[in-house]
Ligand binder design. Structure first.
Ligand code: FES
Length: 575
């Protein structure tokens, strides 16, 4: 691009001015050592960084940003890095999901209010990817995602151990008396031994991989380990591409089409990806104006087998996945099922981009014709217990429980669960259905990741390792079990989960996609009429805004007033 064909760059509204405003915009930036050449009409690329010391999974993103900058400079752009809210899955309370929409608002406002023509999103830990993408989608500039990449494989006592997944296993082992607390603590350092995000196919790896499926990241974004130099090269190339995308006017709406979401959902099934992806993609689609429903999740993913042998569904980790071919090899294997013409940020279609990819280790990545597990997708259940839908991940569940009828053991809240689950007097057996409510978007608030309720210790001692569990909560992408999640509408908004009583019969039929509370309709009406309406305990602040505006799980848990886009228009001057 020459200095003369930059008229459409929005950054020119700041930097091309010859008046006092232009003086101010350029002068203050020059205190960072930028020469006048940087203001000559070259594309300005904002590097939106979710780095934080308190988000250890993203702790290396300042360094990665330097590699993005190199690529931007090489392509003739002007990189400017800026921080946004970071969401720390390991440390934030009560749950990062409470703040995903806050990050999205921060990103949207930061992009629109400042002089940039394209954006690189530096993300990693679970909610940072959807939060940043949702905000960027509500602006719509050319946008490319660079994920921080997974940690190296955890290793302890000669065995692979996976983030999250083995924490849950270890916790259950301590509860069952099979592991000492000292051993439990010794395993910590062995698990998280390098920079990066969780190295199981949890939410972070799922979302980083789905960015390839959506076409918003370059190939291999999902799996290159955080500390592998090829991650830095990917960041470099992404910076380069961001500049080219501005020149090509390759805006986000040209990439995030309905076909892109189709491909991401198919990929999620093949990866045995996190159930959290359901709410994130629903919210993202609504931001960019693509119609997408829970039923699309079921119908597009239904026939797709799980191709990867990765924790929590399998035995390997993201490092193995990358060496075995990574996401491109899976996309290549899925090619007959993909909408191959969907455009990606590389400027090529997803089909063309991955056609040369190969599987290097068939123990980790399986072929479509001889898959790792037959059912990889997310099953969407409906019935009188979840008229708005609920989800289950069959690849992480027990086949023997896919059709099950059992008596409800109800926990009214997360606190109630903690108080009673270990009680030896709890009236529960292996056929019971554990029900947890008031943990949805409004009830918790923020939709807690506790839908995989622990197995009561007295059943663990009998060797029971899985049971049917139902809630309006989410679960960690690193968790597993026969767990029905995201029941909508949630109990706190008057959903039928609020009507269940101890001893009620519940029927789960995953093949038929049914979830029923086997209680007569007139009795349910009586219970509904006796329900006390939800009283929000929040008089001010973020929680008040959240509870008043959050949508249910079947609409992505976004805020009602954030759905859609406001475009990339340049705001008026401030003084
Ligand atoms: Fe941050 Fe898993 S806790 S990626």
């Amino acid at each position: 691009m020459s200095k003369d064909d930059d008229k459409e760059l929005r950054s020119r509204e700041w930097f091309a001015r010859q008046d006092s405003y232009g003086f101010i915009y350029r002068s203050w930036l020059k205190n960072q050592g930028h020469p006048q050449r940087m203001f000559d009409g070259r594309p300005v690329i904002g590097i939106c960084n979710t780095w934080s010391d308190l988000t250890p999974c993203n702790g290396h993103l300042r360094g990665l940003a330097e590699h993005v900058k190199r690529g931007v400079y090489e392509a003739g752009g002007f990189p400017l890095e800026f921080p946004v809210t970071s969401l720390s899955e390991p440390l934030m309370r009560p749950t990062t999901m409470l703040y995903r929409n806050l990050l999205s608002m921060d990103v949207e406002a930061s992009i629109r209010s400042q002089p940039m023509d394209g954006v690189v999103l530096l993300v990693g830990c679970d909610k940072t990817t959807p939060g940043a993408l949702m905000g960027a989608a509500s602006v719509g500039l050319p946008t490319i995602v660079v994920s921080g990449g997974p940690m190296l494989s955890g290793r302890w006592k000669g065995k692979l151990i996976g983030s999250g997944t083995d924490v849950i296993r270890f916790k259950e082992a301590v509860r069952a008396g099979e592991m000492s607390v000292d051993e439990f603590m010794a395993a910590e350092a062995a698990m998280s031994r390098s920079a990066g995000s969780c190295m199981t196919m949890g939410t972070a790896s799922t979302m980083a991989s789905l960015c390839e499926g959506l076409g918003v990241a370059l190939p291999d974004n999902g799996a290159i380990p955080a500390v592998d130099a090829r991650r830095q090269a990917l960041a470099f190339e992404s910076g380069r591409r961001a500049v080219e995308m501005v020149r090509e006017k390759l805006t986000l709406d040209k990439v995030l089409t309905r076909d892109a979401f189709h491909n991401a959902i198919v990929l999620n099934a093949a990866l045995g990806g996190s159930t959290n992806a359901v709410v994130h993609l629903l919210a993202l689609a609504a931001r960019i104006g693509v119609p997408l429903s829970l039923d699309d999740w079921d119908s597009w993913g239904r026939e797709i087998p799980c191709l990867v042998n990765l924790m929590p569904s399998g035995e390997y980790l993201m490092e193995d996945f990358y060496y075995s071919g990574g996401v491109p090899a899976v996309l290549r294997e899925l090619s007959p099922k993909l909408r191959g013409e969907a455009l990606t940020v590389s400027g090529r279609s997803i089909g063309a981009q991955n056609e040369g990819a190969e599987i290097h280790d068939s123990r980790v990545i399986f072929s479509y014709d001889a898959p790792f597990k037959p059912a990889g997708g997310i099953a969407v259940l409906r019935g009188n217990l979840a008229p708005g839908g609920a989800v289950i991940k069959p690849s992480a569940a027990s086949p023997s429980l896919m059709k099950h009828r059992g008596r409800a053991v109800v926990f009214d809240s997360a606190d109630d669960l903690k108080k009673r689950i270990d009680d030896p007097a709890l009236d529960v057996d292996a056929t019971s259905v554990l029900v947890l409510r008031n943990c949805g978007p409004i009830g918790y608030p923020g939709m807690a990741e506790i839908g995989n309720l622990p197995i009561p210790p007295k059943l663990l001692k009998q060797g029971i390792t899985d049971m049917v569990r139902i809630s309006d909560a989410r679960m960690s992408g690193t968790a597993y079990g026969t767990v029905v999640l995201h029941a909508a509408p949630e109990a706190a908004s008057g959903g039928p989960l609020a009507l269940v009583r101890d001893g009620d019969l519940i029927e789960l039929d995953v093949p038929a996609r049914r979830l029923e509370l086997l209680v007569a309709a007139d009795e349910l009406d009586r219970r509904r009429n006796a329900l006390a309406p939800f009283q929000s305990p929040y008089a001010r602040g973020w929680e008040k805004l959240y509870v008043e505006h959050v949508l249910q799980a079947d609409r992505g848990v976004d805020f009602d007033f954030l759905v859609g886009s406001s475009g990339d228009g340049v705001p008026r001057v401030s003084h």
